[in-house]
Design a protein around this ligand. Structure first.
Ligand code: PMT
Length: 398
């Protein structure tokens, strides 16, 4: 199974909040992502959701008591702490956060945290006033200073009917925070990368646009893979149906020109620019102010060339392009390496099965600035991304 959580050992701590029901979904998604999940529940959590519910999802024993004589481990908290690749506490109550900040270890979960040396993710869930309280804020600041990843909380409606900041993050965001925490000291730590994604939209009139079939999946996977290896990531994206990934600076644009401006504004501080976006080569010379009426049999729309973003991006960074080709893949891609002065191009045969636009997989050929060719097999877009970052590392300027 592909992805950052495959074969990872996750200890999921669940403490007493109505948001416990969401932790069931998190446990399920972790298991689906290939993780081995051991759940530790506080006494309060067991009042909201049963251990059996977690056990049914994880297919593993659920820890609820430090002094369980039937435990499969001789010293449970030490065993779990040593095996864990990451500990996630979701939901984390005010009480749990305070105990963590003080280093208290009075139950299975807190003793496991103190015994562990792996990354820790804490996802607060509480009423807005409890979250705002100075002691909660101080405790969270203490944890952050120690390198704990504080996931959220989100904004919205509480079970009480009130609204504010304090909701447990939704599962996709929690998963993003967990992947981020596991890779925080990865091989791209300290690097800033700009990734582009999606298909630009060039207006014809207030109703119609010229666009293409890019779903954004390739660019978003590149952004997530870089985040999961420790990079600071800026994702400049044309409209897609995808959710903004957690802990990535997402810049929304529509047109090729907006994308150019957004990227150029960030090139001074980037270590790499990876252009996975399908950028319009031509745009309507003039976008009409009013909707074009259906009158004539033929309609001609004058088009003008857009600026080539990659070719014209100036600065001292690694330059990676994609080449979406329907014929002469390698020859066309090699020509683009030279024309755009690239360090690497990802040649994408958009006619191949399971490859190119919209799919979750991609089959690409990597061609470097010396015109060396590396053909990759059909892989998930996340795995393709990691193969690309493996190569980008060779080209970093320092
Ligand atoms: O989004 P998905 O559905 O996952 O699909 C992924 C993808 C097929 C869009 C992606 O893998 C891909 O191939 N992206 C590049 C598509 C493309 O526009 O290729 P191109 O050969 O026309 O352009 C070459 C390079 O120049 C690209 O990196 C492009 O981003 C860049 N470019 C193009 C035009 C322009 N005005 N400015 C640019 O910077």
């Amino acid at each position: 199974m592909a992805g950052p959580l495959a074969d990872k050992h996750v200890v999921l701590g669940v403490t007493g909040s109505i948001a416990c029901y969401k932790a069931l979904d998190l446990a399920s998604k972790l298991v689906q992502a290939g993780a081995l999940v051991d759940v530790i529940m506080s006494h309060g959590a067991t009042q909201f959701v049963t251990p059996l519910a977690f056990r049914s999802i994880t297919h593993r024993a659920v820890v609820t008591d430090s002094f369980d004589p039937d435990s499969e481990y001789s010293v449970e908290h030490v065993a779990l702490a040593q095996q864990a690749d990451v500990i996630v506490i979701a939901p984390a109550t005010v009480h749990c956060i305070a105990k963590l900040a003080l280093g208290l270890a009075d139950d299975s979960l807190t003793t496991t945290v103190v015994a562990a040396r792996c990354p820790l993710v804490v996802a607060p869930a509480m009423d807005g006033n409890m979250y705002d309280h100075p002691t909660t804020q101080e405790n969270l600041a203490t944890l952050k200073e120690r390198g704990v990843v504080i996931a959220g909380p989100g904004i919205g409606r509480f079970a009480s009917g009130l609204s504010g900041v304090g909701r447990l993050l939704e599962t996709p965001d929690l998963l993003g925070n967990i992947s981020y925490a596991m890779g925080i000291n990865g091989d791209l730590a300290g690097k800033t990368v700009v990734v582009s994604a999606g298909g630009t939209m060039e207006p014809i009139d207030p109703v119609r646009v010229i666009t293409n079939h890019s779903s954004g999946k390739m660019g978003y996977s590149l952004a997530e893979a870089a985040r999961d290896r420790g990079a600071n990531v800026v994702l400049v994206t044309a409209p897609t149906n995808l959710t903004a990934p957690a802990l990535i600076d997402v810049v929304q644009v529509n047109t090729a020109e907006e994308m150019r401006v957004a990227i150029q504004a960030r090139t001074a501080t980037t270590d790499a620019l990876v252009m996975a976006a399908a950028v319009a080569d031509y745009r309507p010379t003039k976008a009409e102010d009013q909707k074009i009426k259906k009158t004539e049999d033929d309609l001609n729309i004058p088009l003008s060339k857009t600026t080539d973003i990659l070719k014209n991006a100036t600065g001292n960074f690694v330059r990676v392009g994609f080449a979406a080709e329907s014929q002469n893949l390698v020859a066309n891609a090699k020509a683009k390496v030279e024309a755009k002065q690239l360090d690497l191009i990802v040649a994408n045969d958009i006619t191949a099965e399971g490859s190119g636009f919209g799919s979750d997989t991609n089959q690409v050929t990597l061609i470097d600035r010396d015109l060396g060719v590396e053909e990759l097999p059909l892989l998930s877009k996340y795995d393709v991304s990691n193969r690309i970052w493996d190569r980008v590392k060779d080209f970093f300027r320092d």
